[in-house]
Design a protein around this ligand. Structure first.
Ligand code: CP
Ligand code: NVA
Length: 299
């Protein structure tokens, strides 16, 4: 059976842990292989990307494969060719699809009608590849994830959902602080609680930051929400990751941001450029994690 990776819920616990260990090893050994030799992976991106696009393209190359990059503007996707038709046709040419899109249902449809694996490169609901590499970034500093306080300060968005999913598999405490009205999806949150995830929700950013070993944030308006930018900036006052938030945290706190960052909005320039920031390692780790994910699917 083909393996799709549409959310972290597609992994069982052992697989999630193995991906972290394997990607760390790949990083240490500057891993190359030929597992994708003779294979083509198609990247379909309906939203902008720097890190995800380039790290997937480079990983596919490092594994001996070939990629094709597609956007709606230059394909029939932008002229309303049904996704199910696209999925069936591309499955005849290539061995996989890495897809950045809007609704998760689009990924599900591609995966259902395509006969090749589909990887979620970000949807409105989830960003699983990003959070897996964020976990690698934490593992490099805190390998057992035990007794870790991880704070999410900001929007209850796709990134927050993937963090909530991750809490099902890893033994950290995750506290999300979001403004009222910007909570993560209730079903995703409740599922994690039901399955033993140590997840908590508050409207107070200082409460989430208290004794945090890692503080994580993301933009206030995600791609597709550009028109809400102003209203969100008003609603998110007090949720900027700044020195005040860091003072509430553990003295050794580290700061994560998946990037791109809007300095002066969700995070200050001083914090992202400061000694607590690990965002450049975090960005690098996208490359190593993509290789581990591709190997998990094709290896
Ligand atoms: N973090 C992330 O997914 O970045 P890109 O939008 O540049 O791919
Ligand atoms: N939440 C952001 C993440 C960007 C990598 C977005 O969806 O735009």
């Amino acid at each position: 059976m083909k393996k799709d990776f549409l959310s972290i819920r597609d992994l069982i616990r052992e697989e999630a842990h193995e991906l972290i260990k394997r990607s760390a090893w790949m990083k240490e050994n500057d891993f190359r292989s030929n597992i994708l030799e003779g294979k083509t992976v198609i990247l379909i991106f309906e939203k902008a990307s720097t890190r995800t696009k380039v790290s997937f393209e480079v990983s596919i190359h490092h594994l001996g494969g070939h990629h094709v990059f597609m956007t709606p503007a230059e394909s029939q996707l932008g002229r309303s060719e049904p996704l199910r038709d696209t999925a069936r046709v591309l499955s005849r040419y290539a061995q996989g699809m890495v897809v950045r899109t809007f609704g998760q249902e689009k990924l599900i449809e591609l995966a259902r009608h395509g006969s090749v694996p589909v990887i979620n490169a970000l949807s409105d609901e989830f960003h699983p590849c990003q959070v897996m590499s964020d976990l690698l970034t934490i593992y490099e500093r805190s390998p057992d994830f035990e007794a870790l306080n991880i704070a999410w300060v900001g929007d209850g968005n796709n990134m927050s959902h993937s963090w909530i999913n991750a809490a099902i598999h890893f033994p950290f405490k995750l506290t999300l602080a979001v403004p009222p009205g910007f909570e993560p999806r209730e079903d995703i949150f409740q599922e994690a609680q039901r399955l033993g995830g140590n997840v908590h929700l508050t409207h107070d950013p200082l409460e989430a930051a208290r004794d945090a070993h890692y503080i994580n944030t993301d933009v206030w308006a995600s791609m597709g929400q550009e028109e809400e930018q102003k209203a969100r900036a008003d609603a998110f006052v007090g949720f900027r990751v700044d020195d005040r938030i860091l003072e509430a945290a553990h003295p050794e706190v580290r700061v994560l941001h998946c990037l791109p960052a809007h300095r002066g909005e969700e995070i200050t320039d001083a914090v992202i450029e400061g000694e607590r920031s690990i965002v450049w390692d975090q960005a690098e780790n996208r490359l190593h994690m993509q290789k581990a994910i591709l190997e998990w699917i094709y290896g």
